[in-house]
Design a protein around this ligand. Structure first.
Ligand SMILES: Cc1cc2nc3c(=O)[nH]c(=O)nc-3n(C[C@H](O)[C@H](O)[C@H](O)COP(=O)(O)OP(=O)(O)OC[C@H]3O[C@@H](n4cnc5c(N)ncnc54)[C@H](O)[C@@H]3O)c2cc1C
Length: 269
């Protein structure tokens, strides 16, 4: 299907991008285009202006800070993360990016686009919440930091509002992480996914695909039983569709949470 008519801008700096986004009510960032172009073709969204971020080299970097924080530019693609020596400091980042769709999607799709689209079935929102990442959001008023657990506010909605741009995601140092998913077919959409992290002591277990936003659980301990109990007590109300009933998704949430925490535990030493 053809795209509806839309204005196109290709700014040369973050400052210009933010200016364009705040000047036009209907302006939206264009990152890898893997979601927004499909949504426009389906007539589910009709931005007036697409602000293409492709020329913003400052958003493409992946850096490792001296304290071990991995800083992902919003325009880093999944393939960039997989290949990056710096991102390997937190191994789960590349491992999860390697599970997203196929090589074409991984070469175009960006970490910023993934979290900003906040499709409840995406891989990165639960991962970023489990890892305790911090999102940096730029606007004409300057920059602000938003913890990942406050960034996802609804289906396709995040704390980066109109006129704002996610510029980077900072992931603290660590390695005791796990991720488990059941997908539709080998490279398909997640039916349920779970990310878990033990860094800093208290376990963080985050279930995706079962609600509008990732569901953060804090079990008392990192044992399989404690994690299964935390999922049970979360009283999840996942959707029921042709791929899985709500009951099956609830069951998967427990099984995958156990797998993710077990993986995190095996990385303790
Ligand atoms: C066939 C196929 C299979 C897929 N399977 C999976 C999968 O299994 N798991 C998964 O996680 N994803 C999957 N995806 C989605 C894919 O990962 C997308 O790349 C991703 O969701 C969006 O990233 P993008 O860079 O393409 O963003 P775009 O489509 O360009 O943008 C997405 C949204 O985010 C906004 N946005 C983008 N960047 C910023 C920014 N820096 N600041 C503020 N807003 C911004 C845009 O305005 C838009 O609303 C799949 C996509 C396809 C086409």
């Amino acid at each position: 299907m053809l795209l509806p008519e839309v204005e196109y801008a290709r700014p040369a700096s973050v400052q210009d991008a933010v200016r364009l986004l705040s000047e036009y009510d209907g302006a939206r960032p264009l990152a890898g285009g893997q979601t927004i172009i499909n949504v426009m073709k389906a007539r589910a969204a009709a931005p007036d202006v697409l602000v293409d971020l492709q020329d913003l080299e400052e958003l493409k970097g992946i850096e490792l800070a001296t304290d071990g924080t991995v800083v992902l530019g919003a325009m880093a693609t999944y393939s960039d993360v997989i290949e990056s020596a710096e991102a390997r400091a937190r191994p789960i980042l590349g491992e999860v990016c390697a599970q997203i769709a196929d090589v074409q999607v991984r070469n175009r799709g960006t970490v910023g686009g993934n979290v900003c689209s906040n499709d409840p079935t995406n891989h990165l929102p639960p991962l970023m919440v489990a890892l305790g990442a911090t999102m940096t959001v730029a606007s004409s008023g300057g920059e602000r930091s938003v913890p990942a657990e406050e960034f996802f506010v609804g289906v396709y909605e995040t704390a980066a509002g109109p006129g704002e741009l996610l510029t980077r995601i900072s992931v603290p140092a660590g390695k005791e992480d796990g991720f488990a998913a059941v997908t539709i077919g080998k490279d398909g959409t997640c039916i349920v996914n779970v990310a878990a992290s033990l860094n800093g002591g208290a376990p963080r277990v985050v279930v995706g695909c079962v609600d509008a936003v990732p569901v953060l659980l804090r079990p008392d301990s990192a044992t399989e039983d404690a994690v299964r109990e935390a999922v049970q007590n979360a009283n999840l109300h996942p959707p029921s569709d042709v791929h899985a009933s709500a009951e099956y998704r609830r069951h998967l949430a427990q099984v995958l949470a156990a797998r993710a925490i077990n993986e995190a535990r095996t990385r303790r030493n």
